[in-house]
Design a protein around this ligand. Structure first.
Ligand code: FAD
Length: 423
């Protein structure tokens, strides 16, 4: 039998998180990361209660809490008028869902996962190993790397992100460009002149744009994500979503939004892509997780979190295969159990993220009035829009939520978006 039970192509948040959860359940994992070092971009990340509840169960939450911030509220603002439209009380939500809503620096999460992975004897970590090819043989899967290395395992997981090489073995599709671009980064708190709030995650919504702001690293850094629809992209320009276009788009917004622009990091920008949800992530001994499986727009702030949920489900289903040889039938059943837990739900999150972006970014007069009115009239303690995502509800009686909102999470069939309520 091969020494490798699982080969993980990609050591981002999804790949390292899954390796850790598999190893904790006794599965041997080899992680192949193409970059010379494990690392993340210098920006923040939101993790909602559906993710922190699971991280608590695997002992990761206590490691990241000291570097995190637990915001008091999620606040939705109109970016043109500066009006506050609605809030989600995250302290009440913590009681409702039994876990906190946290924001932290991406590299703080990645470092915690890496440190925990390095301490696991079931995990072998490689950097500088770019996966270039896969051969699914009858009793094993062979993985080829650009540097000539070759590994044999019983299962290969593609955790290699949006432009996944492994996905090509399973699904013939391409990433879909939204025409939106993001500028993001966390800067020292003292470099930000006018902070929206140190207690809140603040989302400013405007025509074809939004800005998200929150503190990270125990309040030492301030994270800002400025997103807009690029006319330059629509016009077919090769160099689109430029800093000049960012300035033009944001110039029409209220004072507080314009004040954020000087402290934005402008040297890097991220064109926003997602993929269509698909019905299967698996072929034979090869399967997918994270953005490789379900790349989504970031508007529900769930992409990394969903990749961690993939890891937890995978660990549950693969660990029952034990130490012996994993037959094709046993692998098929385990990966099918993994898909049963994850494919439909992740697909619903993908679809809903698109809809949520459309609601934020409406740019004609009447839809903007209607959006603002819906947000304004929402009861702060109405959770019906987020229960499907953040649930299960612990004890509806302990919060001010309406009893009918106390639904357990369900997996909407892919392509049937839920009504969203947050970023
Ligand atoms: C602006 C923005 C804001 C976001 N905000 C949030 C948020 O608040 N909360 C949240 O949960 N999510 C958020 N997301 C989504 C989140 O960043 C992604 O969903 C998440 O990083 C996906 O993790 P991953 O490990 O699947 O993929 P990646 O992070 O892309 O990691 C893939 C890894 O695989 C490696 N790799 C690639 N190809 C190969 C290869 N051939 N061989 C070996 N290694 C390879 C890469 O180097 C990388 O390390 C946001 C995204 C954006 C763009």
């Amino acid at each position: 039998m091969s020494a490798d039970q699982v080969i993980m192509a990609g050591g981002g948040i999804g790949g390292l998180g899954a390796a850790l959860m598999l190893a904790r359940k006794g599965v041997k994992v080899r992680v192949l990361e193409r970059a010379p070092e494990f690392g993340e971009v210098g920006a923040g990340l939101q993790l909602a209660p559906n993710i922190t509840r699971m991280l608590d169960e695997v002992g990761v939450l206590e490691k990241i809490l000291p570097m995190s911030v637990q915001p008091r509220r999620l606040v939705f603002m109109n970016a043109q008028t500066g009006e506050m439209l609605t809030t989600l009380d995250l302290e009440d939500a913590k009681k409702r869902y039994g876990a906190p809503y946290i924001v932290l620096h991406r590299s703080d999460l990645l470092s915690a996962l890496l440190e925990a992975a390095q301490a696991e004897e079931n995990i072998t970590l490689h950097t500088g190993h770019q996966v270039t090819g896969v051969e699914d043989q009858a009793g094993s899967v062979v993985v080829h790397c650009a540097n000539g290395a070759e590994f044999t395992g019983q299962v290969l997981m593609g955790a290699d992100g949006l432009h996944s090489v492994v996905r090509k073995e399973i699904v013939q599709d391409e990433p879909i460009c939204s025409g939106y671009v993001a500028y993001r980064g966390a800067v020292p708190i003292e470099d930000v002149d006018r902070r929206a709030s140190m207690d809140d995650v603040v989302v400013w919504m405007g025509p074809g744009m939004h800005l998200v702001q929150y503190p990270v690293r125990a309040g030492k850094l301030y994270n800002q994500v400025a997103v807009f629809r690029s006319q330059e992209y629509i016009d077919g320009k090769e160099d689109w979503g430029t800093p000049e276009e960012l300035d033009r788009t944001y110039s029409g917004m209220c004072d507080a939004v314009r004040a954020a622009i000087p402290s934005l990091q402008r040297n890097n920008r991220w064109p926003m892509y997602d993929r269509e949800p698909v019905q299967t992530w698996t072929k034979g001994r090869v399967s997918l997780l994270g953005d490789a499986a379900h790349a989504m727009l970031q508007y529900l702030a769930q992409g990394a979190g969903q990749s961690l949920l993939d890891g937890a489900a995978l660990a549950e289903t693969l660990s029952v295969l034990g130490d012996g040889e994993w037959t094709a039938e046993a692998v098929g059943a385990a990966l099918s159990g993994y898909e049963d837990q994850r494919v439909a739900h992740a697909g619903a999150v993908q679809s809903t993220a698109r809809v949520w972006g459309d609601i934020w970014h409406v740019d004609s007069h009447v839809p903007m009035i209607l959006r603002d009115e819906v947000f304004r009239s929402r009861d702060v303690y109405d959770y019906k829009f987020v229960d499907w995502l953040y649930g299960p509800v612990q004890d509806a009686g302990t919060t001010s939520a309406a009893p009918e909102a106390a639904a357990t999470p369900s997996a909407a069939p892919a392509g049937q978006p839920r009504t969203p309520a947050h970023a």
